[in-house]
Each structure stands twice: as structure tokens, then as C-alpha cells.
Design a protein. Structure first.
Lengths: 114, 114
């Protein structure tokens, strides 16, 4: 399967711990997006990469959040000093820069902060 | 600021019924509109993408329409089946110089009863 993959699929952590998620986009897709989805809501944009450059960050992304995309391939999203309010589904998507910019989503990482 | 609203929030229908899901958006300056399906605890599956210059798109039993001037889109599902039970999300792709972060509605939870 050459779709978007995310790891881990589930993460349970205690408040105050750091967590890191990984996203592998579809090969040849140079745009990569992170979204966060809480229960009963639609996903909300967090940040966006074109190749290795992080071009936009939402105000939702506090200074405890950091995202990287070294070498323009996979991306990581780290949350430091987790809080219970960080509990959510973290979704990654990728797209090509040309054409209709259709975004393809991964299965998500479900984070539970106790 | 672009806002997306989906009505109804939940819908329960008997198997075989045709149904319509509604999506409205506040800013007509969009690049495209995507409809997604999300099963419980899973990622998003793209169903249909309508570019801003198009009026509708069809895939199997699904038909999506777009009226940019009025800020509305509908997703028509013909001959509904229990396997169609899921949350359906509408997302608009605003026209931006860099990136195309999607703005989502909260979704419509569909239950098709056998």
C-alpha cells in the first residue's frame, strides 16, 4: 500500500510527558499537512510543509508543539509537556503541488493524555 | 474567515433510501471542495473533489454539486446501504498563494438501518 502512513496509531501518555508522532506521505507528494481532530468536530489545520520548508503554522500550534520534515520526506510532530487538552486524533495528509491539490489522509494517531 | 457548516448533524434512514447531505461555506473564494468519509476511530477517505470551475462530480452512487455563488454544496447518496454508515465531512480549500489548508465542517453522522 503506497498511501499515507502514520505511527503510532494509538498513544497513551501521562500529563507532562513528551510524545512524538511520525507521518510518511505518499511518495512524490511534496506537500504535507498536519491536522488535529477532537471528538465530534472536523479536523483543524495545524501546520504545512512544502518539501522541507514549514510554510505556515496555525495559532493552535502552541510553543509546546514542534514539527519537522527533514529532507522533505517523512515528518514528525512532537508535543512537549503534554496536557489533557492535547488528547485528540492527529491526522497527516499529503498532496502534489500541481493539479487540483487533492489531499490524501493517513489513518491518524489517537493521543490520550491521562 | 472561512467557516463551514454541515446540516443535518445526524441522519438516520432505512436502507434503500436516497439522501442529501448539505454543506455551506461563508467565503465563495475557494479553490476546490472535497467530501470525505470517516469511519469511527479512523482516518479520512476522500470521496469526491469538485474544482471551483465545476458544478458537480459523480462517483458510483455518489453525486456532489457545488454552487459557489451561494456558498453551498450537496452530497447525494443513492440507494443507501448499511455500509454507508459513517461520518461525512465537507472541506473547502481556500485560494491561497502558499498551501491549501482545508477548512472542515463538523460533519454529518449517517446511520443506514437494515
Amino acid at each position: 500500500d503506497t498511501g499515507v502512513s502514520q505511527n503510532p496509531r494509538h498513544k497513551i501518555t501521562k500529563r507532562g510527558q513528551n510524545v512524538t508522532f511520525r507521518c510518511d506521505p505518499i511518495s512524490e507528494h511534496n506537500r504535507l499537512y498536519w491536522y488535529r481532530q477532537t471528538l465530534g468536530q472536523g479536523p483543524e489545520f495545524l501546520t504545512y510543509f512544502q518539501n522541507e520548508a514549514q510554510l505556515e503554522k496555525s495559532r493552535l500550534l502552541s510553543d509546546r508543539f514542534s514539527a519537522e520534515r527533514p529532507k522533505g520526506s517523512f515528518s514528525t510532530l512532537e508535543i512537549q509537556r503534554t496536557e489533557q487538552g492535547d488528547s485528540a486524533m492527529y491526522l497527516c495528509a499529503s498532496s502534489l503541488p500541481r493539479g487540483n491539490n487533492e489531499q490524501f489522509f493517513g489513518p491518524g494517531t489517537r493521543l490520550t493524555v491521562l | 474567515k472561512q467557516e463551514v457548516t454541515q446540516i443535518p448533524a445526524a441522519l438516520s434512514v432505512p436502507e434503500g433510501e436516497n439522501l442529501v447531505l448539505n454543506c455551506s461555506f461563508t467565503d465563495s473564494a475557494i479553490y476546490n471542495l472535497q467530501w470525505f468519509r470517516q469511519d469511527p476511530g479512523k482516518g479520512l477517505t476522500s470521496l469526491l473533489l469538485i474544482q471551483s470551475s465545476q458544478r458537480e462530480q459523480t462517483s458510483g452512487r455518489l453525486n456532489a454539486s457545488l454552487d459557489k455563488s451561494s456558498g453551498r454544496s450537496t452530497l447525494y447518496i443513492a440507494a443507501s446501504q448499511p455500509g454507508d454508515s459513517a461520518t461525512y465531512l465537507c472541506a473547502v480549500d481556500p485560494y491561497m498563494e502558499y498551501g491549501n489548508k482545508l477548512v472542515f465542517g463538523a460533519g454529518t453522522i449517517l446511520r443506514v438501518k437494515s
